[in-house]
Design a protein around this ligand. Structure first.
Ligand SMILES: Nc1ncnc2c1ncn2[C@@H]1O[C@H](COP(=O)(O)OP(=O)(O)OP(=O)(O)O)[C@@H](O)[C@H]1O
Length: 280
């Protein structure tokens, strides 16, 4: 007798979606999504405003149920407060009046009970926080009130908070937004180092692929209920994106960067200075 394997036994990824559909009321954001993200893989999620990128992260965080299909993340259905999942929320400046120290912010990423009570537990916890701070080179400002730190410094602390529990999956929602180029590089190389050294799988929502392009293994591109998944060279082409957008979209490569011209607002690069380049 042949036994049909179920979604659980066939799952090969630390993130695994099968026939996943998400809609709000009559509106379907995406449907029939099959995706396995393997340990150490860097998957970027792209798409115009409102295409359902953040909603995908909310599903994986257990904050939003699927309309149909199945989802598993680190061997379990999504649930709140799972320390095997690190999450970097959208970059927002913290209140200037926020007096919490950086090291306390990072400590919020740790489970209380895992470190035990008493002096030994406190020491172990502190050592873990110190290690996370060192990993993002934030030791120098760890005791300052976070409200007084620069956007880049705050973002390094958010990365440390997401990584302090040694997660197997890192979910990032536009973590480079409003960072300057130097800090974009700092933050993306921190994330890259973690997935290379610890095998943490990364799902990275962004509007701008170029700052992370050298790191990307696969792209999940969502447009108006449709999607494509594949290597950047497969997905980021004039043909594929025109098909997805159902309109002419030119993908132009300039100096190792990818520019998308003619798509809906919210994704496009500036379309100027690109006219002489060959679409790929
Ligand atoms: N709880 C909800 N109820 C109804 N509609 C919702 C809910 N949450 C999100 N939406 C809608 O779903 C759509 C997708 O939202 P989502 O935030 O996932 O998009 P996104 O791709 O991350 O967009 P952006 O690039 O603008 O951040 C939006 O139109 C949003 O208004």
């Amino acid at each position: 007798m042949t036994v049909e394997p179920d979604a659980q036994t066939t799952a090969t990824g630390v993130i695994s979606l099968r026939g996943a559909t998400l809609g709000y009321g009559d509106r379907i954001l995406w449907s029939g999504l099959d995706l396995d993200v393997t340990p150490g893989e860097f998957v970027v999620v792209l798409g115009p405003n409102g295409s359902g990128k953040t909603s995908l992260l909310r599903v994986l965080l257990g904050l939003q149920p699927l309309t149909a299909g199945t989802v598993r993340i680190v061997d379990a259905p999504p649930g709140r407060g799972n320390r095997r999942i690190g999450y970097i929320p959208q970059q927002r400046a913290m209140e200037e009046s926020l007096v919490m120290r950086g090291r306390d912010l990072v400590g919020l990423g740790l489970d209380g009970h895992r470190w035990g009570v008493g002096l030994r537990g406190m020491r172990a916890r502190r050592a873990r926080v110190d290690a996370a701070l060192a990993e993002v080179a934030a030791g120098g400002f760890a005791d300052a009130p976070v409200g007084r730190l620069s956007g880049g410094e705050q973002q390094r602390l958010r990365v440390a908070q997401a990584l302090v529990s040694d997660p197997e999956v890192l979910l990032c929602d536009e973590p480079l937004l409003s960072l300057d180029l130097a800090n974009q590089q700092v933050v993306s190389s921190l994330i890259d180092r973690r997935r290379r050294t610890a095998g943490t799988a990364v799902l990275f929502v962004t509007h701008e692929i170029n700052p992370v392009l050298p790191l990307v293994d696969r792209v999940l591109y969502l447009v108006d209920g449709r999607f494509r998944i594949g290597a950047p060279d497969e997905v980021m082409t004039t043909e594929t994106l025109s098909e997805l957008y159902r309109a002419r979209v030119d993908v132009v490569r300039v100096g190792g960067q990818i520019h998308v011209v003619g798509a809906q607002p919210g994704l496009c690069e500036q379309p100027h200075h690109l006219h002489d380049e060959e679409p790929s």
